[in-house]
Design a binder for this molecule. Sequence first.
Ligand SMILES: C[S@@+](CC[C@H](N)C(=O)[O-])C[C@H]1O[C@@H](n2cnc3c(N)ncnc32)[C@H](O)[C@@H]1O
Length: 269
Amino acid sequence: MSGYVFGTTDLVDEQRESMQRCLDPITFARLEDLGVGPGWRCLDVGGGGGSVADRLGRMVGETGSVLVTDTAPDGLCTRGNVEVRHHDIVTDELPEAEFDLVHARLVLLHLPERRRALDRMVRALKPGGWLLLGEFDCTWLRVLAAPSAQDGAAFSRFHRALCAVLEQAGADVEWGVHAYRAVQELGLVEIGSLAHAEPWPGGGDGARWLEINSRQLEERLLGTGPVTAGDLDGVRASLGDPAFVVSSYLTISTWGRRPVDGWQGRAGR
Ligand SMILES: C[S@@+](CC[C@H](N)C(=O)[O-])C[C@H]1O[C@@H](n2cnc3c(N)ncnc32)[C@H](O)[C@@H]1O
């Protein structure tokens, strides 16, 4: 199976909630920085639990509107100025030159066809419209403190296996870093990026998210080799213990603007 590995797994609602609690403050700050405001027409690709679409809906007000898409839109509901659409960013068309803002968080990282999807997202921007991506560099995550060296080593084996499972499905676990160049190659201007990392202590939202991932992907994780069922039990115990602390993933926001005039898209297209 390639693409998004968490789509049909258990605990998706809890996963979405912990993800949103970890990442919404970062994303919301970037939306403020870009000046999203009344009257904007926005697209949130792969909107998941809908927190970003809800926020955008409030920011753009009655004169603006938000389209939020997902291949699994069960966590989303149409209300007010927020419209939900079942949509696959890899295979389904988008309207061209329609949006003032196109946003995606932790979607393209998973998709082997991320460049095609990104190209489509950029073509959906109005001239002068903003693209905002929020993506991880998964290789950043480290054990910061552990009650024992064995706890730290078991977590590291688990995390290596998690990255291997994602990569087997076509993910780019360093996409957060690669996104800047991809945006540049599409001819956007005023490109910027900002990276964020913080400690994720056991028992907190970030640790809970990782623990959920360990359950959602248990079979695949055990299939990769180095991680054992005993490791996973230990890792889950560690992720509930405030004395066990990992760094968060490096969360990299990357943005760029479609030129107002003369934009041709990717060279040679
Ligand atoms: C890691 S979740 C992120 C959800 C949300 N963007 C957030 O950050 O809270 C990835 C989301 O992308 C959706 N997704 C996966 N493949 C997709 C595709 N080809 N087109 C659109 N959405 C997709 C999944 O269903 C899931 O909701």
